[in-house]
Design a protein around this ligand. Structure first.
Ligand SMILES: Nc1ncnc2c1ncn2[C@@H]1O[C@H](COP(=O)(O)OP(=O)(O)OP(=O)(O)O)[C@@H](O)[C@H]1O
Length: 636
């Protein structure tokens, strides 16, 4: 097998011996391999080993010690002060000339199991390696940089250049910006809605997200949304290719803006393919964020969970739904609704001040004053899926004109290779705690011994070789800025269109359906009559506590359409509403779940709302068709 990562025959890339000054009889043999960082602790002939998985490591940084009053800081075993300020020292240009050590900080978020609760959570861990084997700072720094770059290459799965592993003076670790040339150092674009949810997105970003971005050395440009459609305009008009991803901090509304802004670009196809969307949930619903991370651990700490996903940077295809109304085309990632649920969502807006309880109160109000609406719902069933609950539809069925599978084959996006690029990743990890100032950190600090020239050392190793050390890290170091990051909340005239993209052209793949003015194909099924509601989704969760389509996957090519016709009792409807949080609503009588490829709604009576991803759209006929795997979303 080809040795792509420079592991050689012995299975590891780098190895070094480290010491803890306070424990004279303890030696650490540290090895870096494709699996991670292995630490073998040898004390009085006993060896204990542990490995920190590469999957758990989010980044590493090199720093130099700061000048301090009093005696030299070289022998500071706890290392807390010695390591918490080195970068600050670099900035102030007050490096300690007596300390020629280079420090490498490795940041990991490791899964911990708890016996009592039998739960698991992520704990932050910092390993500090102090390199002081050489008698010049530059040489020690080159050694630290070699480890840093090797770790980063392994994390990204890219080959480690041989020049990195050769610790000679001309190696890439010695040249300014050399390491950055190897790694993809593109920043992320952060679009933050300060008005989403309880209005804490700014604090969440500064306090919970920025520290992790710094640890991972992931630069960012932050833009704070000034008004509705700011993010949409920004994405439509700016150079987004300089970013590795667009990160939204807000709810589903700002994601809707970003998705539709991308489709307003003439180069929409490459924009969508090359710049995935990442979500850090700060809204009130956060349906897509929950759907991306469907495991219980997400609920313990959604921001940490989502941020770690973004740092890993894996993206996966996401189904989008092309929606057509009489006057507009838009792309939906979440839901299309009419009747009860849309009415509750929109009408309860006036109670927003009371928080999430507005839904409960308005649901009760709507149960008492139950309304039904006349209309027609036509749909093209998915060829490979039957309704998980009740599929009997009291509509007319006529002969096929084009099969569902033909429709998928004809999808121009699939032909162009935009969709289905990677398998879906789902996280099995459990997280619980973010960088909490009061939480105990399980850190490890080691350092090398003084010069000790062994006979069997190579000429390079024999150069004034001392050893290196691990030391405790301080959280404070994570709050220093990354070079190149910028924060922009200033007024941007090019994004000053509060009305959004009123006259902007919408691009995107052509529809495979007849236009709204033409009849639906005869292959479709139709239900006609009085309805309590119709609501569709293409992901599992409409909101963090609403498991609407339990079987939905991010790119299953299915629109999950739920229809409730008139005739359902108030008691059954109450069961339906109560069951939404756990997905048991589908067991209620009169509730039909239809897996479809496309549908059309033609309302005949007024009084309700039609919503797309929670936003009200014009009332009237609307049709939707799934675009399998058209979007890309960051997931684990
Ligand atoms: N500066 C702003 N002032 C007011 N509204 C804004 C601003 N920036 C964006 N918006 C609008 O706020 C709306 C709601 O935002 P968002 O979805 O992020 O939060 P939310 O409604 O609380 O969350 P969710 O959609 O998950 O329920 C969006 O439609 C967006 O267009």
């Amino acid at each position: 097998m080809e040795d792509v990562n420079g592991c050689g025959g012995n299975g590891f890339v780098l190895q070094e011996t480290f010491y803890i000054l306070s424990k004279k009889n303890t030696v650490y043999r540290v090895k870096l391999s494709e699996k991670g960082l292995s630490l073998a602790k040898e004390t009085n002939g006993n060896t204990k080993s542990e490995t920190i998985s590469l999957d758990d490591i989010i980044g590493c940084r090199c720093m130099r010690s700061k000048c301090k009053p009093g005696p030299s800081c070289v022998c500071r075993p706890s290392g807390r002060r010695a390591v918490e300020e080195p970068e600050k020292e670099e900035k102030l240009n007050t490096q300690d000339p007596k300390d020629i050590s280079a420090y490498l900080y490795i940041y990991a978020y490791v899964l911990k199991k708890y016996k009592v609760t039998s739960g698991v959570k992520r704990e932050r861990m910092t390993i500090t390696l102090r390199f002081r084997s050489f008698d010049k700072f530059e040489e020690n720094m080159r050694e630290a940089q070699k480890w840093r770059l090797a770790i980063k290459c392994l994390m990204k799965g890219t080959p480690i250049p041989q020049s990195v592993l050769n610790s000679d003076e001309n190696s890439i670790t010695s040249s300014p910006g050399g390491t950055e040339r190897i790694l993809d150092e593109r920043k992320v674009l952060v679009l933050l809605n300060p008005k989403s949810g309880p209005g804490r997105a700014r604090d969440v970003f500064q306090q919970k997200v920025v520290p992790l971005l710094l640890e991972a050395e992931l630069g960012y440009d932050l833009h704070i949304s000034k008004h509705a459609n700011f993010a949409r305009e920004y994405v439509r008009t700016k150079d987004i290719y300089q970013y590795r991803a667009i990160i939204t901090l807000g709810g589903d509304g700002i994601i809707f803006e970003v998705v539709n802004g991308l489709f307003e670009r003439p180069d929409w196809m490459s924009a969508i393919k090359e710049v995935p969307i990442g979500i850090i949930p700060c809204g009130s619903g956060n349906g897509l964020a929950k759907s991306v991370a469907i495991d219980d651990s997400y609920d313990q700490n959604p921001v940490l969970f989502s941020t770690l996903n973004i740092l890993k940077g894996n993206s996966t295809p996401l189904d989008l739904v092309r929606v057509e109304t009489r006057s507009k085309i838009m792309y939906s990632f979440l839901s299309i609704g009419w009747g009860l649920l849309s009415d509750i969502d929109i009408e309860s807006e006036k109670l927003r001040a009371i928080g999430g309880q507005r839904f409960t109160i308005w649901s009760l109000a709507r149960l008492i004053g139950l309304r039904t609406y006349k209309g027609r719902i036509s749909y093209l069933p998915h060829p490979n899926h039957k309704s998980p609950v009740q599929t009997t539809v009291s509509g007319r069925t006529v002969s096929l004109t084009r099969s569902a599978s033909q429709m998928v084959d004809l999808d121009p996006i699939s032909e162009n290779g935009v969709g289905f690029m990677t398998p879906m990743h789902t996280s099995q990890s459990m997280f619980s705690d973010i960088v909490d100032p009061d939480s105990p950190l399980r850190d490890l600090s080691l350092e090398t011994a003084y010069a000790k020239i062994a006979e069997d050392m190579s000429p390079v190793e024999q150069r004034s070789r001392m050893d290196s050390f691990y030391s405790v890290n301080s959280r404070r170091s994570t709050f220093y800025s990354i070079g190149g990051s910028s924060f922009q909340s200033v007024f941007d005239p090019s994004c000053d269109n509060p009305n959004g993209s009123v006259n902007v052209q919408m691009y995107g793949p052509p529809s495979q359906l007849p236009s709204l003015t033409q009849p639906v194909p005869e292959s479709w099924k139709t239900i006609e009559g009085e309805f309590v509601m119709m609501h569709s989704t293409n992901v599992s969760h409409l909101a963090k506590d609403c498991l609407f389509a339990p079987d939905a996957k991010l790119s299953d090519g299915i629109i999950w359409l739920v229809v409730i016709e008139a005739g359902i009792s108030r008691h059954q409807l109450l069961q339906f509403l109560l069951g939404l949080s756990h997905g048991t609503h589908l067991n209620c009588p009169h509730v039909k779940m239809l897996p479809v490829l496309a549908f059309r709604l033609e309302p005949e009576t007024d009084g309700s709302y039609i919503t797309v991803d929670g936003e009200v759209v014009e009332y009237g006929p609307i049709q939707a068709e799934v675009m399998p795997g058209l979007g890309r979303i960051i997931s684990r």
